[in-house]
Design a binder for this molecule. Structure first.
Ligand code: IPM
Ligand code: MN
Length: 370
């Protein structure tokens, strides 16, 4: 018997619903170990408000060290209202932003897919959302989030941030978007505000130039305000949406309305030393600890991890199929409740997905055995 491969995963449950949903994502990864030679070795560390509470800083050194020395990072959520009054650099969110910068992942992939079983949960008409399958490629290390100068002046009477992009920062994330489009429907919509912002003019020029290396991909450009509208009125027109940091933050939450719940959205941050997987939904302090949070965004993030960091394409596809199967059977968490639905708790949902996942793995592995 060959030695099992060890996949070192640093888990940062974080704040609010982060720990609850992370638990469910990890249980499906553990379920895999009976079927594969890869063993997921998980180490939990503190980040965000949880780290401020016990260590006085949102990104302790031991957390960063563990992340740097792992094969991937899984993060639940950061954000805790009791620390809202702190200066920017001390807030829970600063821990996540510093981690992103340190690990270097500049491309944040956020799929937003409409599942037929829950299309009625979208506030948009079923006929509009059905078939929607969008991949946001959000630039994650530049723009207003990181560029200097930033701050307050005049005794706090004015405040400023800087939107800055270099050609290289745009090129590298654009390439990720074109590569992703190749494996999909071969269309990239680049979103900017080039009618007003110089950074967007550079963005548009650079993306247009990079597109020449991908003649098989169709590129179009759209202003961000128009994109916000088209996402709602005609979501099926999009395949890959490439955009800068803040626009991507906003548009990906908007896209949650297409799927039916923010709790469903997964993400992967790639391109750096160590990739980060995290659900898009955030800490949701209002529902934390109640066992009602939707763990599917976290579980779908684990599926992205299997595909992109562990090289386990089939297992990733099985996990995504398991999620679909559970939804098709009518099970859902409270955020997706409706007529004819069977509402389960956070762990109830994790349990169902694990069972279906194991069923699919069983079939796959017994098939290969004969
Ligand atoms: C996200 C979140 C973060 C962001 C916050 C928590 C810093 O909203 O991942 O979308 O703005 O990037
Ligand atoms: Mn966000």
């Amino acid at each position: 018997m060959p030695n099992p491969m060890r996949f070192k995963l640093t888990v940062l449950p974080g704040d609010g619903v982060g720990p609850e949903v992370s638990r469910e994502a990890l249980r499906v990864l553990r379920a895999l170990s009976n079927f594969s030679e890869t063993e997921f070795v998980c180490e939990e560390k503190l980040i965000g408000g949880a780290a401020i509470r016990s260590q006085g800083t949102p990104l302790p050194e031991s957390t960063l060290d563990a992340c740097m020395n792992s094969d991937a990072v899984f993060l639940g959520a950061v954000g805790a209202p009791e620390y809202d009054h702190l200066p920017t650099q001390q807030k829970p969110e600063a821990g996540l932003l510093a981690l992103r910068a340190a690990l270097g992942g500049f491309a944040n992939l956020r799929p937003a897919v409409s599942f037929p079983a829950i299309a009625a949960c979208s506030p948009l008409q079923r006929s509009r959302v059905e078939g929607a399958d969008i991949l946001f490629v959000r630039e994650l290390l530049g723009g207003l989030y990181f560029a200097e100068p930033r701050g307050f002046d005049h005794n706090g009477d004015s405040a400023f941030n800087t939107m800055r992009y270099s050609t290289e920062e745009i090129e590298r994330v654009a390439r990720v978007a074109f590569e992703q489009a190749r494996a999909r429907r071969k269309k990239v919509t680049s979103v900017d505000k080039a009618n007003v912002l110089e950074t967007s003019q550079l963005w548009r020029r650079t993306v247009t130039r990079i597109a020449k290396d991908y003649p098989d991909i169709k590129l179009d450009h759209m202003y961000v305000d128009a994109c916000a509208m088209h996402l709602i009125t005609n979501p099926t027109r999009f395949d890959v949406v490439l955009t800068e940091n803040l626009f991507g933050d906003i548009l990906s939450d908007e896209a949650a309305a297409i799927t039916g719940s923010l709790g469903l959205l997964a993400s992967a941050t790639v391109g750096g030393e160590v990739d980060i997987y995290e659900p898009v939904h955030g800490s949701a302090p209002d529902i934390a600890g109640k066992g009602i949070a939707n763990p599917l965004g976290a579980i779908a993030s684990a599926a992205m991890l299997l595909r992109l960091s562990a090289g386990m394409d089939h297992e990733a596809a099985d996990l995504e199929a398991a999620i679909r199967q559970v939804l098709d059977e009518g099970h859902c968490t409270a955020d997706l409740a409706g007529p004819g639905k069977h509402v389960v708790s956070t762990s109830g949902m994790g349990d169902l997905v694990e069972q279906r996942f194991v069923g699919l793995l069983d079939r796959r592995f017994s098939y290969h055995a004969v």
